[in-house]
Design a binder for this molecule. Structure first.
Ligand SMILES: C[S@@+](CC[C@H](N)C(=O)[O-])C[C@H]1O[C@@H](n2cnc3c(N)ncnc32)[C@H](O)[C@@H]1O
Length: 223
């Protein structure tokens, strides 16, 4: 039997280099992300590599204030890629709402769950598969994707899977770090979403936080 044909090998190109080039082109041209295995996230959370996120209070406060401005009182907030619960902590003052955090890392979810208060639940799952079955269609007032889109293989496809859970006047909140590095992703987002509002947080090109709804859907009304 003949060995499988490989363009890389026949041209004498290093496979790792080609894989990295392919990933970079997918990101730059198509806005695709770079997923990491759950074991990597767990090891990083375990080692405290993401502990600094808790200090990004300005960013989490900005997301919380946009949710307060555009969602009804006592909103249902879905935090997709919630990490160890920094946004939940920020939103805890808003008594009476419902908060669901989803994250691929069981370690992040374990830590977030230790602090959970009534009305909050945290679930470990890969969001690329779409929303979990317990989230009813039309139920979520604000679905936050904060610093997570670039870790998804196909962020736009994942967002399309989550769009049905938004309530009437429900909306997405996207937070992007160094937005100028994610031009293709932003082009894709603006093709499919209308932006109701956006805020720059931090100095220069640090974070861009935007409130968006799928094209053609009535946007949220500030309260
Ligand atoms: C940079 S952290 C952001 C955490 C938090 N949203 C924040 O803004 O502080 C990215 C998070 O996305 C999660 N994540 C990455 N890929 C994911 C996936 N496919 N499904 C669910 N969560 C994912 C990671 O485990 C990590 O907690």
């Amino acid at each position: 039997m003949l060995p499988p044909f490989s363009v890389e090998k026949s041209l004498g190109l290093p496979t790792a280099w080609l894989a990295s080039l392919r990933r970079s082109l997918r990101r730059r041209l198509l806005g695709r992300g770079k997923p990491r295995p759950v074991a990597t996230w767990d090891a990083q959370y375990h080692a405290g590599a993401w502990d600094g996120i808790a200090a990004e209070t300005e960013r989490h406060a900005c997301i919380a204030s946009l949710v307060r401005r555009f969602a009804p009182v006592r909103p249902f907030v879905l935090d997709v890629g919630c990490g160890h619960g920094a946004l939940a902590r920020e939103m805890r003052a808003d008594a009476g709402g419902r908060y669901v955090g989803l994250d691929i890392s069981t370690e992040a979810i374990r830590r977030a769950g230790e602090e959970a208060v009534p009305g909050e639940t945290f679930h470990a799952l890969d969001v690329e598969a779409g929303p979990p079955a317990f989230l009813s269609h039309g139920s979520v007032d604000a679905a936050v994707f904060s610093e997570v889109l670039y870790y998804l293989d196909d962020p736009l496809a994942t967002l399309r899977r989550f769009a049905p859970v938004l309530s009437r006047r429900g909306f997405f909140v996207f937070s992007l770090w160094k937005p100028s590095r994610h031009r293709a992703l932003r082009r894709g987002l603006s093709r499919e979403y209308d932006e109701s509002c956006s805020v720059e947080v931090g100095l220069g090109d640090t974070w861009r936080i935007s409130v968006c709804v799928p094209r053609g859907v009535a946007g949220p009304v500030p309260v």
